[in-house]
Design a protein around this ligand. Structure first.
Ligand code: ZN
Ligand code: ZN
Length: 348
């Protein structure tokens, strides 16, 4: 075991504070990674506040981890010391079920081992990226784009893949009209990726406040959902609507924007259940779907794609001492567009 430092919530309502713990020494297939940067995902807030029930404390959150390999186990073949690597939302899975066989470890039917607030096969609680280093099996480690800054790429590991996977699965590309609902941490990645895939991209945001940002990121059109005209004008318009919003909005309104055979994919997580009228779906053979990150193979494909197209996140880098303030700001949507923690500040 090796001593690690991080920031943890000791209980569900506690602020994050410095925390010392231990990580395993690298086993033969493990990679040890010095964490340089870790993005802050909305999920981190939900989990440290135990809003989804049954959490494990103390909890070190963080699943947008970017760093440098410092040691490898003797059987490791994919990485070497000095490589720029990433760890996303999970660090292991059963490796045997139908989904793992297909490379969809994120949907492992036995149970994906998430990067934090989860347990390894031997029962050890996992600890995330608000820390100085992490030890992960090489099969769950990703290669970061070599041509882009590591800090701005950290959010690709959750926000990036959360949008890339449904855009690919529902074939966003030339000739397709795609709407991204919400221009936050998730949405802004969706605009950049959908644009790079060649789709016609429209942002649906509650106001026009972020219009210039949206256009800069690659949006062709930008509409305010606060204006009821928007829903009349864009009726039956889109092939694909990706809904990144976790606030309670009327999904029926957004489904009405789909053309025949269009799909709305939900990637945000509203707290309450949202009522849906069957009429919204049947009157156009429309589909409502959901999507959650993706497997290792597609996550690597996304990172390579972002490298090729020079896509990274728009970030505000913060010292770890400001993490609790950052949480408060995120709850007010006061971030453009993702906070990333500089873990060098943990050493101070
Ligand atoms: Zn996340
Ligand atoms: Zn599995």
């Amino acid at each position: 075991m090796t001593k690690a430092k991080g920031y943890a919530a000791m209980t569900a309502k506690a602020a994050l504070a410095p925390y010392a713990f231990e990580r395993r020494s690298p086993r033969e297939h493990d990679v040890a990674i010095e964490i340089k940067y870790c993005g802050i995902c909305h999920t981190d807030i939900h989990q440290v506040r135990e809003e989804w029930g049954q959490a494990i404390f103390p909890m070190v959150p963080g699943h947008e981890i970017a760093g440098i390999v410092t040691a490898v186990g003797r059987a490791v073949t994919k990485f070497k010391v000095g490589d720029k690597v990433g760890v996303g939302c999970f660090v292991d899975s059963c490796r045997k079920c139908e989904q793992c066989e297909k490379g969809l470890e994120n949907y492992c039917t036995v149970g994906t081992v998430f990067t934090y607030n989860s347990r390894e096969a031997d029962g050890t609680p996992t600890m995330g990226g608000y820390s100085d280093f992490i030890v992960v099996d090489e099969n769950y480690v990703l290669r970061m784009p070599g041509n882009l800054p590591l800090d701005a790429c950290a959010p690709l590991l959750c926000a990036g893949i959360t949008l890339y996977s449904p855009l690919r699965h529902w074939q966003a590309g030339p000739g397709k009209k795609v709407a991204i609902v919400g221009l936050g941490g998730l949405g802004h990645m969706g605009v950049k990726i959908a644009h790079a895939l060649g789709a016609e991209v429209t942002v649906l945001s509650h106001s026009l406040r972020k219009k210039d940002d949206g256009k800069r990121m690659g949006a062709d059109e930008f509409y305010a959902t606060g204006d009821p005209e928007t829903f009349t004008k864009l009726k039956n318009h889109f092939d694909l609507v990706i809904n990144t919003v976790s606030a309670d909005i009327d999904w029926n309104q957004y489904i009405s924007l789909l053309r025949v055979d269009g799909t709305m994919v939900v990637v945000g997580l509203p707290e309450k259940q949202i009522p849906l009228s069957a009429f919204s779906l049947i009157s156009g053979r429309r589909s409502l779907a959901g999507s959650m990150i993706s497997g290792i193979h597609e996550t690597q494909e996304m990172l390579d794609f972002c490298g090729q197209h020079k896509i990274a996140s728009d970030i505000e880098v913060i010292p770890i001492q400001q993490v609790n303030v950052a949480y408060e700001r995120m709850l007010k949507s006061d971030v453009r567009y993702r906070f990333v923690i500089d873990l060098a500040t943990l050493k101070g």
